[in-house]
Design a protein around this ligand. Structure first.
Ligand SMILES: *[C@@H]1O[C@H](CO)[C@@H](O)[C@H](O)[C@H]1NC(C)=O
Ligand SMILES: *[C@@H]1O[C@H](CO)[C@@H](O)[C@H](O)[C@H]1NC(C)=O
Ligand SMILES: *[C@@H]1O[C@H](CO)[C@@H](O)[C@H](O)[C@H]1NC(C)=O
Length: 553
């Protein structure tokens, strides 16, 4: 009786306490392990740039955690199926200078077995294990007692094997070490994969930079061209040839290629950017000539488009006195003009969805971020701005420079109409009272207006520009048809009714955009009249087209 009672008491009391103590111990251990692993992960992430260093770090951490004498790490060579030592017998610091990598069969021994099965092996007595190979011990004089060998995997497969030898102050590796190893192998796998991806990205970046360098090298502008740009005789004659250059009515598309460079210099001068930002004229000339060369000979998205867009930004800044009235800063003004000049650099005459569909290199580079073309134009612009011969922003302070590049990015990306529509609701809230607080939005709107500036010119311009646009669109449509795709209506030369498409374009894009412009600058309400006059013209053209034989209207 007494015995039984004692026993019951013992069970419920002593054992209860023992269990609680054990649970507490277990909980503490798990918490410690988790924290340690997190710290390890953090340390590993810092080393991601250098795979060798990362792997040595990885194994040093593993050895530390499991209290092992030695550690090795093998990565699986996909081509040969061999395991290649990346860290061997690593006391982490031991980087045997003369060491060649050791290759072992991916099918033999303990490591091979783990690589094949993807399962951890905890071997208490190495010499008694059938898979253990004594040869290495005999060569090195090291006596292996026990081994904890575990796979390192990425999302799908084993990419390597890690091996810890000889538990310090213990008989062998225990369950707890196995748990640590399992968790560890996950971190390890992720870090290694990241490191490899990182390396590939770095290589791709290097290749990209190299090709940019090559490009700029071949785009070199002859010194004589630069000198001619700086010859004031030519500048004056260009100015005399186009006396109404600084008005909204001026049609920049009437300017020839040669004069356009002088008139660009004039814009920088007139807006006081050359003096204000200490732009060396030679660099400016070289910059402009490089930008001009950077455009391709596409029907529409060519240098003349860039020049006309820049011209519109110039007449806006000049006639609406945007900087004098404090609506935008001088630095914003400078960035605005540069953005306009550069906003379609190296345009290939295809729109963003074509770039994606045709699997172009550019789409591969930028598709995850959207605005494929615009990102490319921006990158070309930055490339030219970084070239020592055309670094027109060189005299800016670091902060000013960063700010300017920031605007450049924003403004060039703003020329993606998709972006314009995304922020259209916000743009509609702009008015003369709030623009100073919304400079970036205003600039984004102005950028779109500049891009659409052909539409507020005389009918003859509007009409001839439409022809250029559709020449380019139809060329894309033809290629799409060749690819077995059905081109969009406006890209399809067999189906497109140009006047109808233009009327739709005016109604859905141009008019709403310039309505906001006029809401902010009521003095330019004549733009809306011009648009509506041009619309009438399109209606007339459409009526005439409809009566024609075989017309798509
Ligand atoms: C500028 O061009 C004119 C006309 O070709 C030429 O006569 C003059 O020498 C040039 N001036 C300079 C400084 O090169
Ligand atoms: C770009 O081209 C594609 C293919 O023809 C067309 O479906 C799409 O509407 C075009 N996008 C724009 C914004 O013009
Ligand atoms: C014009 O249309 C008429 C009637 O549809 C057709 O008979 C004629 O062959 C067409 N002419 C041309 C030149 O396509």
């Amino acid at each position: 009786m007494t015995f039984v009672l004692t026993f019951i008491l013992f069970r419920s009391y002593v054992l209860g306490h023992l269990l609680t103590a054990f649970e507490l111990y277990e909980e503490k251990r798990v918490r410690f392990q988790t924290q340690t692993l997190l710290q390890v992960a953090r340390r590993l992430l810092g080393k991601i740039g250098d795979l060798g260093q990362l792997l040595r770090g990885v194994m040093a951490e593993a050895r530390e955690l499991a209290k092992a004498e030695r550690c090795s790490l093998f990565l699986l060579d996909k081509d040969t199926g061999e395991l290649v030592s990346k860290v061997f017998d690593g006391n982490a610091v031991t980087q045997r200078k003369s060491s060649r990598e050791i290759r072992i069969s991916g099918h033999q021994g303990i490591a091979g077995h783990v690589a094949q099965t993807g399962k951890l092996l905890n071997i208490h007595n190495a010499y008694q294990h059938p898979l253990f190979y004594k040869g290495i011990d005999e060569q090195t004089g090291f006596k292996t007692r026990n081994i904890l060998c575990f796979p390192i995997c990425d999302e799908e497969r084993v990419i390597g094997v890690a091996q810890l030898c000889n538990k310090i102050d213990g008989f062998h590796f225990d369950k707890c070490d196995e748990e640590t190893a399992t968790a560890f192998s996950v971190y390890c796998g992720i870090s290694i994969m990241h490191s490899m991806v990182h390396k590939r990205v770095q290589k791709a970046e290097a290749r990209y930079k190299l090709s940019q360098e090559l490009l700029l090298f071949h785009m070199k502008v002859p010194d004589i061209d630069v000198r001619n740009c700086l010859n004031s005789t030519y500048l004056h004659s260009a100015e005399e040839k186009f006396p109404t250059f600084d008005t909204f009515e001026f049609c920049p598309r009437d300017v020839d290629e040669h004069s356009s460079i002088y008139l660009c210099i004039k814009m920088f001068k007139d807006l006081d950017f050359i003096a204000l930002f200490k732009i060396p004229e030679e660099k400016l000339a070289r910059f402009l000539l490089l930008v001009q060369k950077g455009y391709r000979n596409t029907p529409y998205h060519n240098w003349f488009h860039a020049f006309s867009v820049a011209h519109f930004s110039y007449v806006c800044m000049k006639n609406l006195r945007l900087m004098e009235r404090g609506i935008i800063t001088k630095l914003q003004g400078l960035s605005f003009l540069i953005s306009c000049l550069c906003h379609d650099l190296d345009h290939r005459g295809f729109n963003n969805s074509y770039m994606t569909q045709s699997g172009s290199q550019l789409a591969r580079l930028y598709s995850s971020e959207g605005s494929i073309n615009e990102r490319h134009h921006l990158s070309q612009a930055i490339c030219i701005l970084n070239d020592p011969g055309s670094k027109i922003l060189d005299s800016l302070s670091t902060e000013q420079f960063m700010e300017s590049i920031d605007y450049l990015r924003e403004l060039i990306l703003a020329t993606d109409l998709a972006n314009h529509f995304r922020i259209f609701k916000q743009l509609k809230t702009l008015n003369p009272e709030n623009i100073v607080d919304n400079q970036r939005m205003l600039l984004s709107l102005l950028m779109t207006c500049c891009d659409l500036n052909d539409q507020i010119k005389m009918w003859t311009t509007v009409h001839s520009v439409a022809e250029l646009v559709y020449t380019e669109f139809f060329a894309q449509g033809d290629l799409e048809r060749q690819m077995g795709l059905n081109p969009n209506l406006m890209m399809d030369r067999k189906k497109a009714c140009i006047p109808a498409l233009q009327i739709e374009f005016l109604d859905t894009v141009v008019t709403p955009t310039f309505e906001i412009f006029v809401q902010i600058f009521p003095e330019k309400s004549d733009f809306l009249q011009t648009i509506s006059i041009n619309r009438e013209h399109w209606v007339e053209v459409k009526e005439k087209e409809t009566t024609k034989n075989g017309s798509s209207c």
